[in-house]
Design a protein around this ligand. Structure first.
Ligand code: TXA
Ligand code: MG
Length: 327
């Protein structure tokens, strides 16, 4: 059985965090909210604990995990941090920035999929930070969904996907950003964007200068996880780019009442289920939960509005393309 604690996301109950911290330290799994999505955590220094994450999620072993720590100083528990990396964390942490850094040798191989590097981040959520302080160890945590499904932005989505796999589920309500952290390779001389995410590239570049956007082929070699199927809803998803061409295809495949729509713009004809957001930040925050919701609405096809390629729009476009199995 999973013990579920409902917590005030701003001021979580310390006793619940203490219990969850002990559970983590003892080698079992704890699901917790971050400012991006929910994570499924294990003691990052225990290979045995980390192995449970891969089983619970059905995650391929060649997809490495992000290690979460409570402070910039604690990054050194798992990675070697040069001046540049430290400056980036001092500017953006806690927050949705993950840096890939040279790993310390005692980081178990399954955390880093046998790479010499490790991904590290400091989450900006009182529950996540409180949990990290209580358990006193670095916490490896991928998104708390079944591998391949949309990431979980609510405790309900975690429970739907993972059942009783976490020993503790810390329920802090809906997560604020709704897309995962921005992952940046900080090992090579030039910073490289491995995954667009909650921290806009524009903000990073304003501080760090030009960040490389690798071609897809190079990216596969670099960030093993990007190779796998991701974020996929159970219904076929079509993308509405700037032009309206997709609607001709969609109209040929389904009746209006069989179509689910998510996005910003008003669709050209009525759909069976519609979720519209006032701006891109709200779209990002609501996308994954909406995909999960629409799956339950007796529809045949989903259509998603493609946002701009700026700021959070870049991450949204990436997730939508993957959800539509286009990359
Ligand atoms: O917002 C987030 O980042 C959430 C929350 C829970 O922190 N976590 C998350 O983890 O999205 P996950 O496992 O779903 O995604 C981790 C990403 C994958 O694309 C993986 O390939 C990449 O980080 N990654 C991890 N370690 C890496 C490494 N050593 N080198 C390159 N990429 C790495
Ligand atoms: Mg994930």
């Amino acid at each position: 059985m999973t013990i579920r604690f409902r917590l005030d996301p701003e001021k979580p109950d310390e006793r619940a965090l203490a219990v969850a911290g002990r559970v983590l330290r003892s080698g079992r799994l704890v699901a917790f909210p971050t400012e991006t999505v929910y994570g499924l955590g294990a003691n990052a220094l225990s290979a045995e604990a980390v192995a449970r994450i891969f089983v619970a999620k059905g995650r391929p072993a060649d997809n490495p995990l992000i290690v979460h720590v409570a402070s910039v100083e604690d990054v050194r528990q798992v990675a070697r941090m040069d001046h540049r990396a430290e400056a980036l964390f001092r500017r953006f942490a806690p927050g949705p920035l993950t840096l890939v850094l040279p790993a310390r040798e005692d980081v178990p191989e399954n955390v880093r999929a046998s790479l010499p590097t490790v991904a590290v981040r400091i989450p900006a959520h009182p529950v996540a930070l409180g949990l990290l302080r209580h358990c006193g160890c670095p916490v490896a945590a991928p998104s708390a969904n079944s591998s391949g499904r949309p990431s979980p932005t609510t405790a309900e989505a975690v429970a739907d996907d993972l059942g009783n796999a976490p020993a503790v589920l810390l329920d802090g309500g809906s997560t604020a950003l709704g897309v995962e952290s921005t992952v940046v390779d900080a090992v090579s001389e030039t910073l490289t964007l491995l995954r667009p995410g909650g921290l806009p590239l524009e903000e990073l570049e304003a501080v760090a200068g030009k960040v490389l956007l690798p071609e897809t082929a190079q990216l596969l070699a670099h960030s093993p996880g990007t190779r796998h199927r991701h974020y996929a809803p159970t219904l076929p998803l079509f993308l509405w780019e700037e032009d309206g061409r997709v609607w001709t295809e969609v109209a040929a495949l389904a009746q209006p009442e069989e179509i689910g729509y998510v996005g910003l713009r008003e669709p050209p004809f009525p759909c069976g289920a519609m979720r519209r957001f006032p701006h891109e930040d709200a779209y990002a925050a609501g996308l994954f939960a909406t995909l999960r919701d629409l799956e339950k609405c007796n529809l045949r096809i989903l259509v998603a509005d493609m946002p701009s390629s700026f700021r959070i729009g870049r991450a949204l476009r990436d997730r939508l393309r993957r959800a539509a199995q286009l990359s």
